[in-house]
Each structure stands twice: as C-alpha cells, then as structure tokens.
Design a protein around this ligand. Structure first.
Ligand code: CP
Length: 310
C-alpha cells in the first residue's frame, strides 16, 4: 500500500496532482459542509505520540467530512505508558484492520518503520526532525492559491531550520515545484550541508528578506534542543523576529506564513501575524483540512478499488 511518509518520495507531477485534488475541497470546506460519503465504511486511526492541535484536528475533520470513521488513539492514556514498544503498538493497530493510519512521532524514521509493518497506507503527520509532508503540501496549496504559480518565486524560510521537519518538507516540495528557496537561521540552528538541498543559505535575516515573495517563519523548537545554546526570546527577536519594519524589506505583496504554533513577539510580531491581506496563517489552517481530505481520499483509493494516483 502506498502511504505518504515524505515529500522526498514524490515526483513534481504527483505534488501538482495532490494540489489539484485538494483544490476541489477548498470551497466546500469554507462552508463547513460534510461533503459526501466518499470514505463511508473506512476506519482511520490517528496515532499521535507528540502534541498537536492543527494536524490532529484537521485529519479528524477531514476524515469525518468524507464520511470515514475516525478513531484517535490518545497516547497519554494508552498502553504506551505501560512500556509497550512502538512496534507492538503498530502491530496492535494493524490487527484492528484500519484502512489508514496517521502517525506523529518524536523520532525521525518512526513513521517509515510502522509503514513497513502494517497492511494499510500510513500518513506521516510529522516524525522528529525528518518530514511533515502534509504541512508542505498545504503550504504549497496556500501559496498557489495566492500567487498562482511557483516558478522563480522567492520563498524565505526563517527560524530553527536545524530541528524543523516543516522546513525540510517545504524545501523538498518548493524546490521541486520550481521556487527559489532561501533558508535563514543563526549558525547554530542551520544544518550542515544544507546547500545540498538546493537552497541559498543566509544568517542575516534582512538580506534574506530582500525581494522575497513569501516569508515563512518557524518557531524555536526548544523541545528538540539538548545542550545547545538557546538565544533568549529578546535576543532572538532582535536578530530574527519578523517585525513590520523587516517585512517592508520583502516584496510589497509578500505573503506571511507560519505553520504554527506561533510564539508571538519572538519569531513573529502580532501586528505581522494578523496583517490582513498579507498573513496567510489562518488560510494555511483552512488549506490543511482540504489537503488532508485529498490525502485520505487518494491514498485509500486502492482499498476502495478506485483508479487514481495511489
Ligand atoms: N503545523 C503543525 O504541525 O501544527 P500542530 O503541531 O498544532 O499540529
């Protein structure tokens, strides 16, 4: 069964296909309508071993809008807390004959491990520092909605690039679609050899902003920093915070994006996050539901004996 573990496994035409598939759900979602019983009779398990608001809820809403039965495994009250291993947990979920399993886990590679063991499609909802493919797809859908194309678009991604699966998936997705991606971070939060990912590397945020069409801000992932120098929120905002003054250095119609959760007043000021016409942050959440509907639909087509990408 084909799942979605990363953007790394997708060809550009497959990314475009997912964007087109998601587009059909955007308007219907805006009216918060339950669409139709496309996935009626299917069982989707959400197994989130790390906290989430947007991804968990949007997968749940996406599944329910398409008529599936969605079950959330609550890790805090599960047998994981009694020492059950990830593999035993995966085998237990498999024995329940789910039609799709959505997994978030703190360890890079955990989702692939499970995908290799179970009999249904597995969707990666974020694994450690590795990938968050549905986030990149919803971000691309948001950009395409506003800008209509990707070719030559300058996208500046600024923040804790080292620990960010969102950055990694977005770099893979946007470069594959023809955008020019810049990454900006303090040296300690920039992965080594990131240039190999076909991006331009900046440590000076103001330079990275010049001529940008899209500015994507990321939070400091304090939960993934061990023994590392952590700048104070004030220091960090001083050098890398997106203020109105800094936003003026990008193109006049530059989009402001953030995958959330935001730390207002640290990586992004409130007056930028809430800037009408420029901030896409709530649009990203809307697009998240549409994209997750598309992912659940496309990846369960084989189970439903429907022709399609999967
Ligand atoms: N963007 C994102 O993954 O948000 P959550 O952690 O709230 O799911």
């Amino acid at each position: 069964h084909r799942g979605l573990v990363g953007i790394a496994g997708l060809a550009p035409h497959e990314i475009h296909y997912m964007l087109d598939e998601a587009q059909q759900w955007v308007e219907m979602n805006r009216q918060a309508k339950k669409t139709r019983d496309l996935l009626a009779g299917l069982t989707i398990i959400n197994a989130f071993f790390e906290n989430s608001t947007r991804t968990l809820l949007s997968f749940e809403i996406a599944g329910k809008r398409l008529g599936a039965d969605v079950v959330n495994m609550t890790v805090a009250t599960s047998s994981v807390k009694k020492g059950e291993t990830l593999i035993d947990t995966a085998m237990t979920l498999n024995a329940m004959h789910a039609d799709a399993i959505v997994i978030r886990h703190a360890s890079s590679g955990a989702v692939q491990l499970i995908a290799d063991m179970v009999d249904c499609p597995v969707l990666n909802a974020g694994d450690g520092q590795h990938e968050h493919p549905t986030q990149a797809l919803l971000d691309a859908l948001t950009i395409r909605h506003a800008k209509r194309h990707f070719n030559g678009l300058v996208v500046t991604i600024c923040g804790d690039i080292l620990h960010s699966r969102v950055a990694r998936s977005n770099i893979l997705c946007l470069t594959s679609l023809g955008a020019e991606v810049r990454v900006c971070a303090p040296p300690a939060l920039m992965p080594e050899a990131i240039e190999m990912m076909n991006v331009a590397v900046y440590h000076d945020f103001e330079k990275a902003l010049q001529g940008a069409d899209v500015v994507m801000m990321l939070r400091l992932q304090l939960e993934r920093m061990q023994g590392q120098f952590i700048p104070s929120p004030r220091e960090y905002r001083h050098l890398y915070g997106l203020t109105l003054e800094r936003l003026a250095m990008a193109r006049p119609d530059a989009l402001v994006m953030h995958p959330g959760p935001m730390n207002r007043g640290v990586e992004i000021d409130s007056n930028v996050a809430d800037l009408v016409g420029r901030s896409q942050i709530t649009t990203q959440v809307e697009m998240g539901v549409a994209m997750r509907m598309a992912c659940l639909d496309v990846l369960t087509r084989r189970t439903r004996a429907v022709e399609g990408w999967a």
